[in-house]
Design a protein. Structure first.
Lengths: 228, 217
């Protein structure tokens, strides 16, 4: 396995600004659901920022936690897919093949993180807003599941560029949209198979936890616990 | 016995119904290419997403604009493109032009460019200016319009294929492998059926990755 993509999110640094959510929507052609669809629970956010209150007012504190697809090594969404649309790539990514998906939604039921989203409607952009769509990413139609891809289009783009220049990928050379937009640098993305990478260094931290790690899904997103 | 007859009857009705629908889809001229001819907006043609869009709609959506269009898409039926200018590829190639001279960028990025009318006129300001087709090109430039070329090769939007020219050209795949022998064509016609089997045969022979997410994402 040449690469093992992983992410580290430092919860001490996250300010809950939701820049990652906005960047993800822009990068991955995710439509906004609108009032009616949102009321029916049909919003799509490949990454969301969960908010928890600690203590009572006036001594209340807020804890933020960005939640995206954990790219599990033992992903519960994969074995339940009858069409093999949800599968594991050779680089350890948990992929969704849109043209294979028939929309059974078994994967969304199996996912303990609620990070898989069904297209209940055909996305609509009023012209000329469609011109801001990212040409490197599909626009998913009604009836199929979608989820965070770790910005696989950027991974491919960087790999193709490195191959053209006949060199190895450098650590931090490219980042998913959420990591790139994170102004407090709470999110770090990289290759766990490279022991010198920033993500390998941070993953060895004593503060490292996995979200719902007790379920045995072996997530590739690491959360660094809050010290403060 | 009675039940079998009933089943037989419904089978005949179903086959006739599907047959009629396929016949309608084939004969009613409502394909992508022809709807795009009627739209003069050049920004429509090169777009990689929204291949099924009509030009007059106020919104962009992944929805098909009619049931016939959906059926044609499902069956993979596409009309041959009709271009606004009878562009002779063979004449240009016979004059020792290379594909990349006009379709620039294919060796470094995902897209092979369609040259702008200005690019055509850099040569045709002086070459063959008396030909009727060249006069049409000059007229487009005089009106400050781009030529509304109709896209020849693209994948169905529902195939979710993200194709990148550059790695293929670096792997020495000849343009003609996927686009046919243009030295024999005037306007480009869809002569190669670029289905997944065609891609995979070559990928397997050359031991290129055949992971789904190599192309579908």
């Amino acid at each position: 396995m040449p690469h093992k993509w992983a992410m580290v999110i430092d919860l001490d640094r996250c300010t809950g600004c939701e820049a990652c959510v906005v960047a993800c929507h822009a990068e991955n052609n995710i439509p906004t659901a609108g009032e009616d669809q949102a009321a029916r629970g049909r919003t799509k956010h490949w990454i969301r920022v969960e908010r928890y209150w600690e203590g009572e007012f006036p001594n209340a504190r807020i804890r933020f936690q960005p939640v995206l697809c954990q790219q599990c090594d033992a992903a519960p969404c994969e074995p339940v897919c009858p069409t093999y649309a949800s599968y594991h790539t050779s680089e350890g990514l948990n992929a969704q093949v849109y043209n294979r998906c028939v929309g059974t939604r078994f994967c969304a039921n199996a996912c303990p993180y609620n990070v898989r989203f069904f297209n209940f409607y055909n996305p609509v952009w009023e012209k000329p807003l469609n011109l801001q769509l990212n040409p490197d990413v599909s626009v998913r139609e009604v009836g199929i599941m979608e989820k965070c891809t770790f910005c696989v289009q950027r991974i491919h783009g960087a790999e193709i560029q490195a191959e053209a220049e006949k060199r190895e990928l450098k650590d931090g050379e490219f980042n998913p949209a959420c990591v790139q937009s994170c102004s407090p640098k709470a999110m770090v993305f990289g290759d766990l198979n490279d022991p010198a990478s920033e993500v390998s260094r941070l993953a060895k931290s004593g503060r490292n936890t996995k979200l719902l790690g007790e379920l045995g899904t072996l997530p590739n997103v690491n959360y660094l616990e809050r010290n403060s | 016995m009675r039940a079998l007859n009933d089943r037989g009857k419904w089978l005949v009705i179903a086959v006739l119904g599907v047959g009629l629908f396929i016949f309608a889809a084939k004969t009613v001229p409502f394909g992508h290419a022809q709807t795009q001819v009627t739209t003069p907006s050049p920004s429509q043609a090169p777009g990689r997403v929204g291949a099924t869009q009509t030009g007059d709609s106020d919104v962009f959506t992944t929805d098909h604009h009619s049931a016939i269009a959906a059926m044609r898409d499902f069956l993979g039926l596409r009309s041959q493109p009709v271009q606004p200018i009878a562009f002779p590829h063979k004449t240009h190639l016979a004059n020792n032009l290379k594909c990349l001279d006009c379709h620039a960028g294919a060796d470094v990025g995902p897209d092979a460019a369609i040259p702008s009318v200005k690019f055509c006129m850099t040569c045709h300001l002086v070459i063959a200016t008396d030909k009727p087709e060249i006069k049409k090109v000059a007229a487009f430039q005089a009106r400050h319009e781009d030529i509304p070329w109709v896209r020849v090769y693209n994948y169905s939007q529902y195939a979710h294929v993200r194709f990148n020219h550059a790695p293929h050209i670096r792997a020495n795949v000849a343009c003609a492998t996927c686009h046919g022998d243009l030295t024999k064509q005037t306007t480009a016609q869809r002569v190669v059926n670029l289905d997944m089997g065609y891609c995979l045969t070559c990928h397997e022979q050359r031991q290129a990755p055949i992971d789904c997410q190599t192309c579908h994402f």
